[in-house]
Design a protein around this ligand. Structure first.
Ligand code: 8YV
Length: 326
């Protein structure tokens, strides 16, 4: 009998073409009565494909007793209960590395657009104001800035490298220092006070929930810029909106929000805020690479029980393909 794969969310045609014929595909969004479906088919589902937004509901997991692997489309897997998965021997894989540069570029783009008033400049030309009013007011230089990176992981490092040509003075906050030529702060608010731009690139989840709070935002201050391309949950969104309203925080470039796709309406009228709809990794090239890695993990496991990119919590549980023969 063919092995079942439950697909939660949309996948590309390329991904579907690679999976079809190898696995029995079931699209969750096409199933009206999920409880009924899982009652009938739950035993046959060995694989789940999901993404960082949907995760897998606990009651669905419980109704799939032979589940072996959850392949997550995205590097962030905070929507998946990894503790529950590990306790049940279910592997979780994700898509690190292939998206680091893209997400770092998105963060850099938000910084450049904010400092150089990109959106206002574009609107100025389109509104026909240039011939009428002449030159726009000057923007601020994005060069030689003091930046703080919250989360110097793969994406944080890619971002630091992209910031070097802008002569940035780079600091970072992690749980522990790394062997890098950047200044380490063990206190986030202290780093925020010392920098002009705070980049949030740390993973979401319970460990980082709300760590960018009022104290950190106030330390960043009225000249400071907050850029978040990680998860909305890392920033206390109510405190963020209030800090921007009260001018205690200078500006923000936000790609992620607490309750996506809903964005606090108070942000819509703020000219010092740039809003993008979670596009950190959203390019044709990077999404293709992510899709391939998601499918590779599934097909590898189907072939020989190994996986390519397990989440750190599952490394001990998994047989991992050596990068040399991957
Ligand atoms: C994607 C992401 O938006 O990788 C992540 O953690 O947030 C993004 O790259 C998402 O997982 C795909 O829907």
């Amino acid at each position: 009998m063919t092995v079942g794969l439950l697909i939660i969310g949309d996948i590309t045609t390329e991904m579907r073409d690679r999976l079809a014929g190898r696995l029995d595909l079931h699209d969750a969004h096409r199933i009206d009565d999920m409880a009924g479906f899982l009652g009938r088919e739950g035993n046959n589902i060995r694989y789940v494909l999901t993404d960082g937004h949907y995760g897998v509901a606990q009651d669905w997991m419980e109704a799939m007793p032979n589940l072996a692997l959850i392949s997550n489309y995205g590097v962030g897997y905070d929507a998946i209960d990894v503790g529950l998965s590990v306790s049940r021997g279910v592997l979780v894989t994700h898509t690190p590395r292939v998206l680091s540069d893209e997400v770092a570029t998105t963060a850099l783009m938000l910084m450049l657009a904010s400092y150089r008033d990109l959106l206002a400049s574009d609107a100025y030309v389109r509104a026909g104001r240039w011939p009428e009013e002449g030159h726009m007011k000057l923007s601020r230089s994005a060069d030689h800035r003091r930046v703080g990176i919250l989360g110097l992981g793969r994406i944080g490092l890619a971002l630091a490298r992209k910031l070097e040509p802008f002569h940035a003075e780079i600091a970072y906050h992690n749980r522990a220092p790394r062997d890098v030529p950047y200044q380490y702060y063990d206190d986030l608010a202290e780093m925020a006070a010392a920098c002009e731009i705070l980049f949030v690139v740390t993973p979401g989840g319970d460990d980082t929930r709300g760590i960018v709070d009022r104290r950190v935002l106030d330390a960043l201050g009225p000249e400071g810029l907050l850029v978040n391309v990680s998860r909305g949950s890392v920033v206390d969104e109510t405190a963020l909106v209030a800090a921007l309203q009260d001018r205690r925080l200078g500006a923000a470039g936000l790609d992620v929000f607490t309750n996506e796709p809903h964005v606090p309406a108070a942000l819509f009228d703020m000219p010092n805020v740039i809003l993008t709809p979670h596009i950190g990794s959203a390019t044709v090239e990077t999404r293709r690479a992510m899709g391939n890695l998601v499918v590779d993990n599934l097909l590898q496991h189907l072939a020989d029980g190994r996986v390519i990119s397990p989440v750190p919590e599952c490394v001990d549980l998994a047989m991992v393909v050596d990068s040399l023969d991957a």
